[in-house]
Each structure stands twice: as C-alpha cells, then as structure tokens.
Design a protein around this ligand. Sequence first.
Ligand code: FAD
Length: 625
Amino acid sequence: MDYPVRYDVIVVGGGHAGTEAALAAARTGSKTLLLTHNTDTVGVMSCNPAIGGIGKSHLVKEIDALGGAMARATDKAGIQFRTLNSRKGPAVRATRAQADRALYRSAIRQIVENQPNLDIFQAACDDLIMQGDGVGSTVAGVVTNTNMRIHATSVVLTAGTFLGGLIHIGMENHSGGRAGDPPSIALAKRLREMPFNVGRLKTGTPARIDRRSVDFSVMEEQPGDTPLPVMSFLGSVDEHPEQVSCYITHTNERTHDIIRSNLDRSPMFAGVIEGVGPRYCPSIEDKVTRFADKNSHQIFVEPEGLNSNELYPNGISTSLPFDVQLDLIHSMVGFENAHITRPGYAIEYDYFDPQDLKHSLETKFVNNLFFAGQINGTTGYEEAGAQGLLAGTNAALRALEKDAWVPRRDQSYIGVLVDDLITMGTKEPYRMFTSRAEYRLVLREDNADLRLTEVGRDLGLVDDERWAAFTAKREAIETEAQRLKTTWVQPKTEEATALEGMGEAAITREYNLHDLLKRPGLTYSQVAPLKGEAVTNPQVAEQVEIQAKYDGYINRQMEEIEQLRRYENTLLPEDLDYEAIGGLSNEVKQKLATVRPATLGVASRISGITPAAISQILIHLKKRN
Ligand code: FAD
C-alpha cells in the first residue's frame, strides 16, 4: 500500500542523528517525515546521560548555532554542568552537562513534535524504494515492515547501532538494537545487497546501580561549577532543573584481579566479538589489560536523573558475564553492597565505510540517499547530531534542487568530522577531539555562533528569534571592541592608579583599553569599567576579551587558512617522487608515498604532515613546473 503523503525528505531513525536531520530538513521548509521504530524512544540516550565534553561541546554549540536541538534540550535537562579545561586556553575549553535522561528525551520530543513541516510515524523501515539498481541508482522512498511504501525525493538513514545489532553479555548473545529495543535485520540485509562496503564495530555500556545500595560517604563528591555554564547561545541558567553532584570512586587491585582471572569468559578476549571497539572509551577489561601497570582507574558515579534511583558508573563499561560484573562492582569502595539494576553489555553492529560518501553525506553509489550518525563509523551523541544536521540539510537542499552545503575544516568541527571520515575512513569508532582540528584557535566553542549562524540563516536553518539575538550580540561585540580601542588611559590619572593597584607596572604613557586588555594579568571586568560602562552580557564580554587577548595568534591562523585555501586544490602528480623532495623527514616521505594524496589540501590533513612539509612540497612543485 502507498502511504497517503509524499515527502521531500524521509529520515529513518529517531536517535541523535535522526532528530537533528529531521528538524534541519523541516526548518528549511521541506516536507519531512521522521520514521522510527518507536515514537516513545525519540531522543533516547543509549549510553551515558551526558552531553558535551572536550571536542564534543564544540559540535553541540555548532549544532546550536545552526538552529539545532541538542544544546537547547541540554539546558532543560542538565543536572550538573561543568567547564572543562577552564585553566587552559579558550580553544580547548569545553562545556559538559550531566543530563537527566527522562528530561532530555522529553525536551527533544517536545521540539520534534512542535516543528512545522515535520511529521512523525512509528514503523520500521525494512527496505528502500529504488529507481534502477546498483551504482548510479536513485532512492525514491522507503518500505515499512507493514509493507507500506512511502515516497520521497531524499532519504536519510540514521539507524545507529541497530543494523544487525548483536548484544553480548559474557558468552551469551542475542539480537537487539540496544538493550530493550529490537534490531534492524531486514534493512541490514537489504543494505548488504547494495554496493556499500560494510564492516562491524562494537561499543559497550556499564551496569547501572541502585543509588539506595551505595555508600556515598566514602566517595569524593564532585559538584557542578559556579557560575553555572549554559550550553545554548540562547540558553539561560533559569532553564536548568535542580543541580546535583556526581561522585568519584576507583577500581583497585582486587577489581583488576577479578577481571584478569575471568578474561576467558569475556566475549571480546575469547574472540566472539569481531567488531573493533572505541579506543577512547574502552571497556574495563580492555583498560586493565592495555594499561597493565596501572593499579587503579577513576570511576565517576553519575545520577541518571532527578526522579530515578539509577546511577551510571562511568568507566566500567563491560561485556563480562553478570556474576563477574557483580564481583568487580562489589570490590570497589562505596559499591560493596551495590545492587545492579541493569547488566552492562557490548553491542556489535554494521557500519558503512564513510569513504563511500560525498562531503554532503550523500552516498556515492545511490543518488539522494544520505547516511548519518553511528552507521558512518562514529561514536557519541554529538558526532551523530552534527552529521544528522548536515545530512538533513543536504537532503532538503537536494529536494529543493539547490547545491549541497559542505562545511569547511577551517570553519567548523562539523567540517573536520566529515572531512576526516571521508578522506581517511575509519576502522574503529571515531570520536571528536580538539586535537583533530588544525585551526583550534579559530574554531572555539565560544564563537560557534559567530562562525556559523549567518551560514545557517542563509540555508534556512535559523529562525527569526535566533537571528535577532545573534545580530544584536554581534553588533554589541563590535561596538564594545570599538569603544575599548578608542578609550584612552593617561599616566597619573585615577585610572592609571587603579591599574597600578591591580599589580600592573607604572603607567608611563597613554594606552587604550583594548591594548590594556591584551595584557595577561588583566581581565575584561577589570579593564572595561575603568572608563565608561562595561557590557553586562557575559557572552559579549567573553568574546571581546578573547578576541583582544588572542588577536595576534588568531590573525596568524587566519593567514595560514587563507594561504592553504589558495593551494587547497593544487593537484599532486600521480608520479610525484616524494623521496626527491628536500627537507622532508623519512616518516613524512613514507606517509605521503603510501597515501598518495590527490591534492595539497588532502596532504595537509594526513596526521603528522606539518605546514612546513606542505611548504616544501609547494617549493618542489614550483621547481618541477
Ligand atoms: P541511535 O541513537 O542508536 O538511534 C538510532 C535510531 O534509529 C533509533 O531510534 C532506532 O529505533 C532507529 N532505527 C534503527 N533502525 C531503524 C529502522 N530500520 N526503522 C526505523 N527506525 C530505526 N557513545 C559514546 O560516545 N560513548 C560510549 O561509551 C557509548 N557507549 C554506547 C554503548 C551502547 C551499548 C550503545 C547502544 C551506544 C553507545 N554509544 C556511546 C553510542 C551512542 O549511543 C551513539 O553514538 C548515538 O546514540 C548514535 O546516534 P544515532 O542517532 O546514530 O543512533
């Protein structure tokens, strides 16, 4: 049977990629359908209830700058907020929020349900409607498990860990999309018949514990930060629910002995699991073997929600059998009598080689079909949400017969994420880090709106409310920076004396407030009110301060970006002899000879290929021509 409505865009899956994809497509004005297994699981957090963290909050704020939902939902659901790396430079500073799982899901659901142009329908997608087959074919809609055919111009697949999902607890395993949800078997089978390169990855989650069985008095308490951070550029601390603490305990030698003596019962070590797991979020059995010299690991004990007794012990993800999970948890301080409410488990699932995608996230082999989220080999809600937003936007642009939007690496972490995946592929679950971005100082979490909101407005993603707030903020930053540049402090005045009182050397000549703000010892709140009035909006004050203090470094990075952009598409001849290029280390020569990058831009993104090496290649090319 044909479904009664034809859509511009159908998004399959209501997880983090799917919700951002559907919302973005609908915001552009495209008639969009979100098709998912269960409308009650829209926005469910499959693993730890936390959003943000290093590298990840950059993505969340970029999604926000483009009008997405993740940051807004986090402000409504966050029960403990922290600023990480607060003593380091602004490039690596990050915001992390512990979320109330139920509040987060309901915030996302509310946003999705109230989005104009967006319908939700509960069904499994078992097949795709195709025009033609094989490479060069075009998708034209989806077929549900009840044999309903729904037609659309573009389809975005965001099936997460569900494709061929296999759950492992010890040597027992069963099919599942995640604990409590069915897997997606028919669709996985269909996709394997198509011309995609499919692999298996795995991820895991720890057991959950009943808070009533835990002794917090022997654990270290970790409250949130004051002043309370917010995630969204439109967010306010008034939206935050009640704030609570997390706690810290540790594994010990006994825990490690229990794990080591049961490794033969671990599906990972016994070779039952084929998929590769996340390097930076390893299971506890992996940590104990990989870091054999460490006799303790820190475990964060995180609440799952304000109205829930369940706790998430962050750091002991495992697929060991249940009896071993019980023993290892009981061996830890404060957990001696812990009651497990849900066992930990690992899940293996199908993913597609992201090198088979275009930078728009459309597949290279099937027109109008877009992939986003965990199925592209990534891990994490933030990575999924960012891809979802991009795929949803481009699926809508395709339906509107407009060119795709491809975010650049020097413009956004979304650009870094997609470019990394597509140029290098991934053999293990990929997560974002600030170290993956070469232009960190320009791509800060605090300026995501300045980098992207205008782009989002042009794409139709940013509504009038956000646009008005953004333009007012941008103007306020410019006005205040200008005021500081034209307000002067003279020697032997009240202001000079005040500065000297702040520990500054004697003021012997006139300075403008902007130059004073560049000094390492002085802050905006000290300098701005010396003459005239400081701004009260903390986001404006922060921007003015960062832009002044890092002026020189930021300008240098902008010049580098400009230079590279000029040579980005310079072709590297296929027969280029890297051995003949002077000034390159053997390691760099070997890497380049192995990868044989097509352009200088691609070469510059190979890990270990420095700007100096790129200059050497350029000089060589010029001589050769
Ligand atoms: P998901 O959130 O999985 O959403 C997929 C959605 O698609 C679901 O709504 C599902 O019902 C729907 N769906 C699937 N197939 C179909 C179909 N055929 N028809 C209709 N609907 C369909 N991330 C970390 O960063 N760190 C971790 O330690 C971590 N551990 C994890 C442990 C486990 C056990 C699991 C399951 C996930 C873990 N994750 C972890 C990953 C994190 O949950 C995902 O990265 C994130 O949820 C991916 O978002 P997504 O939108 O791609 O997929």
